[in-house]
Write a protein that binds this ligand. Structure first.
Ligand code: PLP
Length: 430
């Protein structure tokens, strides 16, 4: 069927630098990521207290690495396939948990220093009447297509801070509703994601008691996301999976502004250097990171400048301009960007449920097309050849990052699932 949008294309990053020891240091350093990891650990007892669902993990929010054994699209490919289950991350239900929660905790650390809120050097001190009184005076503002708002909003509200989330038209109604239920203030904007962020930024910066979580520039967010790198390394070790020159690791992550996948990629490059190959995945009508890589002489270029419309069911990826912080960090590190036809999203969502029993949102489903870009495109084969990887592909590991979905209402999911099934039928007939 000719009107199915099932294309899978790969834009290689020509600036990818080899030799991990020589990655340039821009804004982010390994020490900063280390500090973020330590902060998330230090606050774990408080998180376990605030969120009963974290009791078992003692306050650490981390997801499982699940083997993909039945997913048919990979059946004839060499190597092993895994799914990183961030869709099930506690509290926030998405990849935004590590970054968003980290930034709120960093704000709390700063306020604690200023007002001496932890006199016993214990995060539990923050539950004292005096600490909660101080925190209640402060507001956290964020612009979001949905999931970042939920991560930041839920964490801030749990600590008694005020939370304001500026949302774009693409944001799903249930996400707005859920945030309001948790006590966050939701402000809706007629325009797209970039405009929502801009309004939030202007408002927050005019108020000394208001902190703006800046999805496009925040170093704190980025470092929180990057903690995923060392945590994944520990998981791979536990599974006795080797990552080295003869056992390459391929990772595919859905990309909106590039902050979450950029942070993860940064963390992974810190751990595995040249042996990890990180690819972002974007829908064809919102491919801001690919567009930016193809126009490096035009920083801040928008998808509208190249005729894209930002129409996609992947609400978390519906972003017109890439984060310049992420672009800067990714130029020497990212392998490439996979750009996929819109209909792959819901078909992947459907197939993952039927074949593996895993329920994710459309944004997360983008990553499932990643491996095909390596195996089935000329650019993918060119990449393997350039890096001398062909002879090792039978012992490669591939990780598709399933970035969100567990908080999605069932009725919403069912509607996507049905459309995905129809697309799969049409695809098989074509
Ligand atoms: C936010 C989000 C992404 C992409 O993260 P960016 O930082 O915007 O690039 C991917 N998947 C899901 C489910 C998200 O919520």
């Amino acid at each position: 069927m000719s009107d199915l949008r099932m294309s899978i294309n790969l834009v290689l990053n020509n600036e990818l630098q080899s030799l991990s020891a020589h990655y340039p240091t821009n804004n982010i350093t390994g020490t900063m990521v280390q500090n973020a990891a330590e902060r998330l650990e230090r606050f774990a007892p408080l998180l376990a207290y605030l969120f009963p669902e974290l009791e078992k993990s003692q306050g650490i929010i981390e997801s499982e690495l699940l083997p993909l054994t039945h997913y048919s699209a990979y059946a004839s490919k060499g190597g092993r396939f895994w799914l990183k289950g961030d869709y099930a991350l506690a509290v926030a239900g998405s990849v935004k948990a590590r970054g968003g929660i980290h930034e709120v905790l960093e704000i709390v650390d700063e306020l604690s220093e200023k007002y001496c809120l932890m006199p016993n050097n214990s995060v539990i001190d923050l539950l004292s009447e005096r600490a909660l009184e101080v925190l209640a005076k402060y507001q956290v503002t964020v612009g979001s297509t949905g999931n970042l708002g939920m991560s930041v909003g839920i964490m801030a509200a749990a600590l008694g801070m005020q939370a304001t989330v500026h949302m774009s038209t693409e944001a799903k109604e249930w996400k707005k509703q859920r945030l309001r239920e948790r006590g966050a203030q939701v402000i809706e904007h007629a325009g797209d994601y970039s405009q929502a962020v801009e309004v939030g930024r202007t408002e927050a910066l005019a108020d000394a008691f208001n902190h703006f979580v800046d999805d496009e520039h925040s170093i704190s967010l980025f470092c929180g996301y990057a903690v995923a790198g060392r945590r994944l390394k520990a998981q791979l070790e536990q599974l006795q999976l080797t990552v080295d020159a003869a056992h390459p690791l391929f990772v595919y992550i859905p990309c909106g502004v590039g902050g979450a996948p950029g942070g993860i990629a940064y963390g992974l490059k810190e751990e595995f250097g040249d042996h990890v190959h990180v690819f972002f995945v974007e829908p064809e009508d919102s491919s801001c990171f690919a567009v930016q890589l193809q126009h490096l002489d035009q920083p801040g270029i928008s998808i509208y400048d190249v005729g894209q419309q930002n129409q996609t069911e992947a609400d978390g990826l519906a972003v017109p301009v890439a984060s310049q912080l992420a672009v800067k960090e990714m130029r020497p590190r990212l392998s490439g960007v996979v750009v996929i036809g819109e209909d792959n999203l819901l078909r992947n969502l459907y197939l993952l449920k039927v074949q593996e029993g895993i329920q994710i949102e459309p944004s997360a489903a983008a990553s499932l097309s990643g491996p095909q870009a390596i195996f089935d495109t000329a650019e993918g084969q060119q990449y393997l050849q350039q890096h001398g990887l062909q002879e090792y592909m039978h012992q490669a590991n591939h990780i598709v990052w399933a970035t969100g979905g567990s908080l999605m209402p069932d009725s919403e999911y069912q509607a996507f699932w049905k459309r995905g099934m129809a697309l799969d039928k049409a695809y098989n007939k074509a």
